[in-house]
Ligand binder design. Structure first.
Ligand SMILES: [Zn+2]
Length: 274
């Protein structure tokens, strides 16, 4: 079975060869790989320099260059960092990176701070992968990560995006936002700008319930499989996550082999417009 991990984080010191080695060991054919975060581990009020932004972007670009078909590099943007939009544009055009990753660290997804970044992404025709749901980091910022706050993306109708973790614990809210975005696209899924990144966050006790609702409502073609690990722990974590989701999809939800292939690979392929 082909596996596309839609959600993985670089630490900032990996080589492309190492990432490919770990993907092979994990049974992952393709991966969406996020750069290190400029300003990682610091309070959001502390300044983040353009040099730090550029270092993170150049690192993910170098990793992607090892195999741009298997590795899809995304820029983990910090909307408060110095020169962020200019550096992001350079990464997405000159360096060939594929998209942007965002976690709302004390800024609202429907607020003014991030709007110019959305404008730029829509202009460039590249997608954003957002965190959504409870946030185990970045201080007390979970309230900025409620799925419904992403309804504002309606105002950027050509911007493709995904919400991670099925928005856990607000999984129903996340699924409902998908319905909202599909309605905005005239109830045609192919015109809907949203995907759901199902990487964990949802503990086992909630996951069956969330997928039982998300699969029929959204369709597997809009649900992407993800591990939410790093290259260094991929070989340990990916097979476990694949096994658990496969058991659920096949044995509990009764999906066909074709639907399972779509969930583990095809949905992500479609997210990239392939
Ligand atoms: Zn993550």
């Amino acid at each position: 079975m082909r596996i596309w991990d839609c959600h993985s984080h670089l630490r900032g010191d990996e080589t492309g060869a190492y990432v490919l080695e770990q993907m092979d060991a994990a049974g992952i054919e393709r991966i969406n790989l996020f750069s290190a975060y400029p300003g990682s581990g610091r309070d959001y009020r502390e300044p983040v320099t353009r040099t730090e932004v550029r270092r993170a972007i150049e690192h993910v670009a170098a990793v992607q260059a090892a195999d741009p078909v298997r590795i899809r590099g995304l820029i983990f943007a910090n909307p408060r960092a110095e020169g962020m939009i200019e550096e992001m544009e350079r990464g997405l055009t000159d360096l060939g990176l594929r998209g942007t990753k965002l976690i709302p660290d004390h800024w609202e997804p429907c607020g003014e701070l991030v709007a110019p970044l959305y404008d730029k992404m829509q202009e460039l025709g590249k997608p954003i992968q957002f965190h959504s749901g409870i946030l185990y980091g970045m201080g007390d910022s979970s309230r900025f990560c409620r799925p419904v706050l992403y309804e504002a993306l309606l105002n950027w109708p050509r911007l493709r995006f995904s919400l991670a973790h099925i928005g856990w614990p607000w999984t129903d809210e996340c699924i409902a936002v998908f319905g909202r975005m599909r309605a905005a696209g005239g109830y045609q899924t192919e015109r809907c700008q949203m995907w759901i990144d199902t990487c964990r966050g949802t503990p086992d006790a909630w996951r069956e319930d969330a997928l039982r609702k998300a699969v029929p409502f959204c369709g597997v073609e809009r649900l992407m499989f993800g591990v939410d690990g790093s290259p260094s722990n991929l070989a340990a974590n990916a097979p476990v996550h694949v096994r658990k989701d496969l058991d659920l999809m096949r044995d509990v939800l009764g999906l066909s082999a074709e639907q399972i292939e779509t969930y583990f690979f095809g949905a992500c392929e479609a997210f990239w417009g392939e």
